[in-house]
Design a protein around this ligand. Structure first.
Ligand code: SF4
Length: 556
């Protein structure tokens, strides 16, 4: 779609065409067809920047789509996206390279004793690709008349500190060269003014974090992140049948956690069937890990080589891959207006992963993203003439839905594991609300000189990983990864930690060039933002590249 001045002044501007933003757009346009609702997204096409496991609770999507079409579940589109229901919910503990124990009985026991861990059950949830889910929701929104503009990358939120309101957002300039000189195709970033602004950019969103600072929102505790690296593997008919089209696997233990002897990292492996003989295999690791030489992709390789996993994927072909951060801090990390407790301020609301609505006891946030989008739509509809009431109304609605109740029920889990480590923290977290709020340092401060001892036999091929992620940026544009003080890299980070960004960046963006650490390959960037949160000197800033840059996920 061509950029046009007609978007300069809109009633509702939604930043981010993911499940949260599109749920807001769909609900709002259905309720108020006359309202101009515009969604902007930095990806080139719907779903290109969306990656998750994913299992989706049926209630959220039904609540969203029932008012649009009560028969939606019977449509070909729904069947193509919501592939199957979970009928086998394996929770495994992997010990060493060969042993695997099913620990579903622990989950069943937790359900019967009404313990928080019981939330980890995924039975009857949909198995889906979030890229495909997003593309489908985008088509539904567009049919209702929502303007969804892809390739529109926003670099700033315009915040009037006198009136404490957002007036709109500023898009990134296009057509600059590496030194930020204007080229012949230069286009200054437009300003889109809006009455209501919904921020639904996903984890660690640039505008969301800028807004949090500008509007003075505070978190009770630091946000914690994890990195997920994922591959889609085409396997044989026999392997796919053996795995099962309705089976999901969540595995703890090897290769990131071995009780007593280490390593000791929070996270685990996942396996989901994705149709067409494809199995998604992923590794999620809390960024509060301490090993300066750790590469999450090495952990993925070791997981794939484990005897239990290998039987299903051996000889398969990786057809797609990607990486993304997950906000894990939970209730204490929700950014709130200190005066009103609102998750947003005046005419701005934070939705989905932008706010941090991931329930780590469920290992899921997709249903909360959809629910938060619907709540934001309702809040806008109720405050059309009183936009400053948006954030407060939105938060009151979240309190009435399951979103904040769930976040409250899981509030101690991830914090306790971060404070005490997986061995003591997991069992201790059973005490739930009886536990105090622990102070948790930001992830980057947890880096130490400790080494991750388990190395795969083969070096992970990051070039192939980024190739199948189909990531792309214009080679001549300015580097969007800013090392704030290059001197720190060489004089402090390299001697102490060996420049961990070179190792942990899943796209191989960072390299040593003439004895300096550089973001040498920014065009490979997958927009995961790990470098911004795990550089041990907090010395990297991810800024937004030109619109349409980044990965082009289709089935992630
Ligand atoms: Fe992720 Fe940063 Fe690497 Fe880009 S440069 S892929 S944001 S770690």
């Amino acid at each position: 779609m061509e950029k046009s001045n007609s978007y300069n002044n809109v009633s509702v501007l939604i930043v981010g065409a993911g499940p949260a933003g599109l749920s807001a757009a769909i609900t709002l346009k259905k309720a108020k067809p006359e309202l101009d609702v515009v969604v902007i997204d930095k990806a080139q096409a719907p779903g290109n920047h969306n990656l998750s496991g994913a299992v989706l609770e049926p209630a959220a999507i039904a609540k969203l789509l029932d008012p649009i079409d009560p028969q939606w579940a019977e449509s070909d589109a729904a069947k193509a996206v919501l592939l199957s229901r979970v009928d086998k919910d394996d929770v495994m503990f992997l010990l060493g390279k060969k042993m695997a124990f099913g620990i579903e009985c622990a989950i069943k026991m937790a359900i019967s004793f009404k313990l928080g861990f019981g939330q980890m059950s995924h039975h009857n949830d949909y198995i889906c690709s979030v890229s495909k889910l997003t593309a489908w929701l985008c088509s539904i929104a567009q049919k209702l008349g929502v303007e969804v503009l892809h390739g529109f990358a926003a670099k700033d939120i315009l915040w009037d500190s006198a009136s404490h309101t957002a007036t709109g957002v500023k898009l990134v300039d296009q057509g600059l060269d590496k030194e930020s000189h204007k080229q012949r195709n230069y286009l200054p970033g437009e300003t889109i003014h809006a009455k209501h602004v919904l921020l639904a950019e996903g984890c660690d969103g640039l505008l969301s974090e800028t807004f949090i600072k500008k509007a003075g929102l505070k978190r009770q505790g630091n946000q914690l992140y994890s990195i997920g690296v994922k591959e889609l593997i085409k396997v044989s008919d026999a392997q796919y049948q053996k795995f099962g089209a309705g089976r999901v696997v969540h595995a703890m233990g090897y290769p990131i956690w071995t009780p007593l002897i280490g390593p000791a990292m929070f996270g685990g492996g996942i396996m989901y069937p994705m149709g067409g003989n494809h199995i998604a295999v992923g590794m999620i690791v809390g960024l509060d890990y301490k090993y300066c030489d750790f590469n999450p992709q090495d952990a993925l390789t070791l997981f794939k080589e484990h005897k239990f996993v290998k039987q299903f994927i051996d000889g398969g072909t990786v057809t797609e891959a990607g990486a993304k951060m997950i906000p894990e801090g939970g209730l204490y990390a929700l950014p709130r207006d200190p005066a009103t407790n609102a998750i947003g301020r005046s005419n701005v609301a934070l939705l989905g992963d932008s706010a941090g609505f991931v329930n780590m006891l469920k290992i899921k946030g997709l249903h909360n993203a959809i629910d938060s989008g619907m709540a934001a739509a309702q809040a806008v509809a109720d405050n059309l003439d009183t936009p400053l009431g948006l954030a407060g109304a939105y938060t009151r609605l979240l309190e009435q839905t399951t979103v904040l109740k769930e976040m409250d029920s899981a509030k101690s889990f991830r914090q306790t594991v971060a404070r005490f480590g997986p061995l003591q923290g997991m069992p201790l977290s059973v005490l739930g609300g009886l536990l105090p709020k622990f102070h948790i340092e930001p992830d980057y401060q947890e880096m130490t000189t400790a080494q991750y001892r388990m190395k795969p036999s083969v070096k992970f091929d990051k070039d192939t990983f980024t190739a199948v992620a189909a990531t792309h940026h214009r080679e001549e544009e300015p580097c969007h990864l800013l090392i704030q003080d290059e001197n720190i890299c060489i004089t402090q980070c390299w001697p102490k930690f060996g420049a961990p960004c070179i190792t942990f960046c899943p796209a191989g963006v960072y390299e040593t060039v003439h004895n300096e650490v550089k973001a040498a390959n920014p065009s490979n960037c997958l927009h995961c933002k790990t470098c911004q949160r795990k550089c041990p000197f907090d010395n990297i800033r991810w800024t937004v590249p030109e619109g349409a840059g980044g990965p082009r996920y289709k089935t992630m």
